[in-house]
Design a protein around this ligand. Structure first.
Ligand SMILES: *[C@@H]1O[C@H](CO)[C@@H](O)[C@H](O)[C@H]1NC(C)=O
Length: 141
């Protein structure tokens, strides 16, 4: 085989592999156009009010003030590419933090992802298992 043909063959194999891989990943997450439910509850200590402001590339959900124990539910559909990302700012007293509240490849919120906001960061349970998983605030602002 000539060098040119070898390179051509290699390129074909790589293209096939990458196509196959993304199909597998997409089928695995199977999240396209799925309706997602994300429920954020203010569980800050000391009965503090939480101001929550969530956005994606397409949507700005606006600021919401949650008293201690109150919650805010976000319902949305994943986009075609399964790349949906919602990020929120969280304010209380003089604190301001950011967190990616929904990342399509991280979270399966077809039932509901329940988030509980603490000073130390957000903790999540996913129904029906309800295992608690806690995360750190985003490092960048
Ligand atoms: C959101 O979470 C709160 C606190 O766990 C709960 O009381 C409320 O029923 C949840 N709402 C939805 C729509 O899941």
């Amino acid at each position: 085989m000539s060098l040119f043909n070898q390179i051509l063959l290699l390129m074909c194999v790589l293209t096939l592999l990458s196509t196959h891989n993304s199909l597998r990943v997409n089928a695995y997450s199977s999240l396209f156009f799925q309706r997602m439910h994300v429920n954020v509850t203010n569980t800050l200590l000391e009965n503090l009010d939480l101001t929550l402001h969530c956005k994606s590339a397409d949507d700005d959900l606006g600021p919401h003030v949650l008293h201690h124990g109150q919650n805010f539910v976000m319902n949305f559909k994943n986009n075609f590419l399964g790349e949906t990302l919602f990020f929120c700012s969280f304010r209380w007293n003089k604190e301001l933090h950011w967190f990616d509240i929904y990342i399509a490849n991280r979270d399966d919120c077809r039932t509901t992802c329940n988030w509980y906001i603490l000073q130390s960061g957000p903790c999540r349970t996913i129904a029906p298992k309800d295992n608690v998983e806690c995360f750190a605030w985003n490092k960048n602002k």
